[in-house]
Design a protein around this ligand. Sequence first.
Ligand code: SAM
Length: 225
Amino acid sequence: MKTIDFTKYPMPRMRHHVNPTLYLPYESHHKRPYWYPPLIEEHTWSDHFANSNPPTVLDIGCGRGGLLLQYALEHPEINILGLELRKQAVEWINTVIKGEAIPNAAAFWYSVVNNVPFIQDHSIDTVFYFFPDPWHKKRHHKRRLFSVEFLNELNRIMKPEACLYLMTDVETVDEYQQESIKQHNIFTFRYCNNDDEWNLPKTDQEKFSIRKGIPYRRLIVTKKK
Ligand SMILES: C[S@@+](CC[C@H](N)C(=O)[O-])C[C@H]1O[C@@H](n2cnc3c(N)ncnc32)[C@H](O)[C@@H]1O
């Protein structure tokens, strides 16, 4: 399998904090500020994937794309799309994709709080949503992407029995996500402690947690038939 020599792609310094309005829906802005990612209604997939097919795997909040790029190399027959609201991260990921001529990976600068109208109904096999920003304070909870509305949108785009993979190192986020899933009744979920079953490349945040000895939880959420 091909490997990427990342020394060829120096990563720009990225600010950890971005403008908080990025986490709110587009319609909450009177006029789109220049720092807000454009809305996407539809896409010509041949502009992004060599086989012209739509993606079947989404990495929501893909960050610097560590999992996205490795997953694409390991599964050359599967199109994976990353969605990320940090513009610099997306530009860097797309530089690597172009430099390495990876035919089955793409990343869009996009805030998923606006839903994903450019993804067709029942077209997605797998969704990754890893290490979401926790937004601990109650008054900041509205910035969390995970909500009943988000699950409605996942229900629309996921095939029956498709899986949503969740990982977090914040216990209260795990509990909050489980509560949202229970309210929905369209998904079942279980913890996954088995590496063989999980069988995914590590994300950048996951590698950080491992290095620092920070425990984290993994959940597999399955859409009912
Ligand atoms: C803590 S990082 C985790 C990155 C990556 N998933 C990982 O595990 O290494 C969370 C990422 O989600 C992105 N994010 C948060 N809200 C988002 C939204 N509404 N739409 C798209 N990306 C979002 C953030 O910009 C950030 O890069």
